[in-house]
Ligand binder design. Structure first.
Ligand code: TMP
Length: 205
């Protein structure tokens, strides 16, 4: 089973992934987590390049670097775990569609084709999309040091937010939009209840 977490910068993904892991631990469910880009030695090296604020990277190179990092992660880490553990991924193909497609303007068909080649027939069971207006999240994260992508303009990040919402509309059965302005506890509850329904458990007993 594959669960992905998506959203714009500062939406609270990492906190929620930590909470979700704690819940799975309590339920004694076996899981493994990965982040994208990252998760293998080479993918982490690619991450360093992609987030380096001193580098100027063209949109197409950026796209191909994200896909290379993904190809490594899938082959070396994700495929061996399929069918064995719950696989949690912090960002996956929807981030590429949102950032390189809606954000950078690369045609969505090209992104989809590349994602298809790299991901093969791996199926995502559920995606939690944490959504909130950019201005709220920017305020929340104004003290943080910004990487190459975080430093981009308000408009760029807003296109990505709208892109994620379009992806959710097109994949209504897979993507659950969650209001990221809710409290950590409220969001944690929404995610856990939804997950348990999908996983076939009942929260009431
Ligand atoms: P994060 O792991 O801290 O969220 O940082 C990853 C950054 O990379 C974030 O700005 C989103 C961006 N990204 C893309 O632009 N395309 C992708 O395909 C992925 C996985 C991430």
């Amino acid at each position: 089973m594959i669960i992905t977490f998506e959203g714009i910068e500062g939406c609270g993904k990492s906190t929620q992934i930590e909470k979700f892991k704690e819940s799975l631990k309590k339920l004694k469910l076996d899981y493994v987590t990965f982040r994208e880009p990252g998760g293998t030695e080479l993918s982490e090296e690619i991450r360093e390049i992609l987030l380096n604020k001193d580098l100027d990277i063209s949109p197409l190179s950026e796209l191909l670097l994200f896909e290379s990092a993904r190809a490594e992660l899938i082959t070396k880490k994700i495929l061996p775990e399929i069918g064995k553990k719950i696989i949690i991924i912090d960002r996956f193909i929807d981030s590429t569609t949102a950032y390189q497609g809606y954000g950078r303007g690369i045609p969505i068909e090209i992104i989809s084709k590349l994602n298809e080649i790299v991901v093969g027939d791996i199926k995502i069971d559920r995606t939690y999309l944490l959504d909130a207006p950019i201005e709220i999240l920017e305020k929340r994260n104004s003290h943080k040091k910004k990487d190459r992508i975080e430093r981009e303009s308000f408009d760029f990040h807003n296109r990505i937010r709208m892109g994620f919402l379009k992806i959710a509309q097109k994949n209504i059965d897979r993507v659950l939009i969650i209001d990221a302005t809710k409290s950590v506890e409220e969001i944690q509850k929404i995610i856990l209840e939804d997950f348990l329904k999908i996983y076939g458990y009942s929260t009431t007993g």
